[in-house]
Design a binder for this molecule. Structure first.
Ligand code: XMP
Length: 522
């Protein structure tokens, strides 16, 4: 662990925040995104965050997330009931509501069966959660247990045919609960309800805006950096360019950018980034050709996590060599985002992959990290990038993983395999661009599995690789759906790949969602 990974609390300068206590619910991140969409800063913390730590953040409100447990299970996640006496407004969602009811003396009905899907809701009492809304609404339910009787002091705010306490509230203590999920799109009035809670009950103001973020972050970077030098690792993607632009505005000449060509980039990418950078950034750019070095280090490595660790380490080694050259460069700035932090394993979220810019950094690293985007979701970064005046070609660039094609060539990486996946990827993206699909999808790329199969070409037997095409829609990379590309477009792409890329005799289309798959294959 690095000291900076443990750094608590909101980005410096953010005064107003809401805390979401996570009980392991599948929608917890979605709640956070929705609160941010209401222009209120929020942070997800584990459900057992000690009360003093919670109070020190001075949250304007607390949201208790859903979760898979039942309050009656012996090891069910609980909060200290003192939480409800702090005078901070609280909204419990699903499990959060059941827990609130259980701990405050209400009656929760254990159930073996789940109520799932769209449900008609009748509002009994409008104020304050349903202010301005109809009396009959559609909401999304997904729960096993439910509240039968609200605790003393609470009144029922809404009901459904099968759920007598679909929403409850104690206006005197500012405690509220809903059985349904206001954060999902299937609850069309969900955002109204959240706004009613955030603005009406908690008294938050919609001040989490890109303009405020830029201003506060620039000031925070100035305070943190002082007169020291900063090295900023850039990849040409929106995250690192946004970081570079923020640091540039904050400390100008103290910034040097570094771009490492690790040989795992897409076709023509190194040249494009160099060109783009020269055009849009006044900072000095160090361009490092480390293709041979990375290939050597990755020789014989097949395990995805090992690949990520090696790449992360090698990056840092190169950064530190250049930091030494620059003379006493104290900070390394990089574009780590909130989902990277979450997916590299917070205490509750299981570790899925070591993102090379989070868990992949070695302990021996000397430079201190400067990560001004570590609390932002991707769409928030794009809004900040737009605010900073970065060109659309950067703002809307597809995400590309730090370990690059290393996690798209499955198994051992060789120069030949990299060339195959690079060419196939170029064809795929060229065709998507030509047909107008590029901007409609989140990511589109080619993957080279570590298998070969028999084919026939010009009367000759072939024993070649297949290429897998992965084209997905996503809002924030936490979940994803395969894109429904037109059949003729898919056939054209497949045809071009087998004809133009030597060593490929089949093309497959990946139909998996995330979850259960991930977007990248490794
Ligand atoms: P997965 O494969 O976990 O990817 O569904 C989610 C998003 O993150 C990108 N990704 C990475 N980005 N360093 C990064 O900067 C990494 O190590 C990394 N691994 C995955 C991926 O392309 C997708 O957009």
């Amino acid at each position: 662990m690095y000291p900076n990974m443990l750094a608590p609390s909101a980005p410096a300068g953010v005064r107003e925040q809401v805390v979401i206590l996570d009980f392991g619910g599948q929608y917890t991140q979605l709640i956070a995104r929705r609160v941010r969409e209401c222009h209120v800063f929020c942070e997800i913390l584990p459900y057992d965050t000690p009360l003093p730590a919670l109070k020190s953040r001075q949250p304007k409100g607390i949201i208790l997330s859903g979760g898979p447990a039942s309050v009656y299970e012996p090891n069910a996640p609980r909060v200290d009931p003192e939480l409800f006496t702090l005078g901070i407004p609280i909204l419990g969602i699903c499990y959060g509501q059941q827990l609130m009811a259980y701990l405050l003396g209400g009656e929760v009905q254990p159930s073996q069966e789940r109520e799932y899907g769209r449900t008609l809701l009748t509002v009994v009492q409008s104020e304050p959660l349903f202010t301005g809304l109809d009396y009959h609404l559609t909401c999304w339910m997904s729960h096993g247990d439910m509240v039968l009787q609200p605790p003393p002091g609470f009144e029922v705010l809404a009901e459904t045919e099968n759920t007598p306490v679909a929403a409850m509230g104690d206006r005197r203590r500012h405690l509220y609960g809903v059985q349904f999920h206001p954060e999902v799109a299937h609850t069309p009035f969900g955002m109204n309800l959240l706004r009613n809670f955030l603005y009406g009950v908690c008294g938050c103001s919609p001040s989490w805006t890109p303009a405020n973020f830029v201003q506060e972050t620039i000031e925070a970077i100035r305070r943190q950096v002082g007169q020291e030098k900063v090295l900023c690792a850039v990849s040409g993607g929106v995250d690192s360019c946004t970081v570079a632009a923020l640091v540039q505005r904050a400390v100008g000449e103290q910034l040097t950018c570094i771009f490492v060509d690790h040989g795992l980039l897409r076709k023509g990418e190194a040249e494009q980034v160099r060109e783009l950078f020269t055009r849009h950034f006044p900072s000095h750019l160090i361009f490092v050709d480390a293709r041979e070095r990375f290939l050597q280090r990755l020789k014989g490595v097949v395990d995805p996590e090992q690949k990520r660790r090696i790449i992360g380490e090698e990056f840092v080694r190169i950064f530190e060599e250049h930091a030494d050259e620059l003379g006493e460069c104290r900070f390394l700035a990089q574009g780590t985002l909130y989902p990277d932090v979450i997916e590299s394993g917070t205490r509750l979220a299981a570790k899925i992959k070591t993102h090379h810019n989070v868990g992949g950094l070695p302990e021996w690293m000397r430079m201190e990290l400067l990560e001004p985007l570590r609390y932002l979701f991707k769409d928030e970064v794009r809004a900040v990038a737009t605010e900073l005046g970065l060109p659309p070609s950067i703002v809307w660039r597809q995400p590309f993983p730090g370990p690059g094609l290393a996690v798209r060539v499955l198994g051992e990486i060789t120069g030949e395999k990299l060339e195959i996946v690079r060419e196939a990827d170029a064809i795929l993206n060229e065709e998507l661009e030509r047909s107008g699909w590029s901007r409609r999808v989140w990511q589109a790329f080619a993957v080279l599995p570590d298998v070969r199969s028999v084919g026939v070409m010009g009367d000759q037997r072939t024993y070649h690789y297949p290429i897998v095409l992965r084209v997905v829609h996503s809002e924030d990379a936490m979940t994803a759906e395969p894109a429904e590309l037109p059949w003729d477009l898919l056939l054209r792409i497949a045809n071009r790949i087998v004809n133009e890329v030597p060593g490929v005799n089949r093309v497959l289309y990946d139909l998996s969602s995330k979850p259960p798959a991930t977007i990248e294959w490794e």
